[in-house]
Design a binder for this molecule. Structure first.
Ligand code: SF4
Ligand code: SF4
Length: 88
């Protein structure tokens, strides 16, 4: 049974460093390329606020000790909270 890892997001703590994007692209394709990341960091053009989205290619880092995006988030924005088991 594959076990996905779950993270929480506290967007107020995000500083826009984009380390999570680099870490995720390394997890997925062993590259450091934000365009290959499953987590995306945006700055809202209207208000200038930072926003995060996690897209469907996120696999929950089942083979990592913890999700690499949260492991390399130094601000505390992304926090690993535990594993979820797939129902199938
Ligand atoms: S690593 Fe953390 S602080 Fe940096 S952009 Fe990603 S979520 Fe924000
Ligand atoms: S949990 Fe893993 S695959 Fe999903 S966004 Fe984070 S680093 Fe990428």
């Amino acid at each position: 049974m594959e076990r996905r890892k779950q993270i929480t997001i506290d967007i107020e703590k995000c500083n826009g460093c984009r380390s999570c994007e680099l870490a995720c692209s390394f997890h997925r394709l062993k590259t450091f390329d934000p365009s290959n990341s499953s987590i995306r960091v945006y700055r809202n053009d209207g208000e200038g606020n930072l926003e995060l989205s996690i897209i469907s290619t996120c696999d929950g880092c089942p083979d990592e000790t913890m999700p690499l995006c949260s492991l390399f988030c130094s601000s505390g924005c992304l926090s690993y909270v535990g594993e979820l088991a797939d129902l199938n």
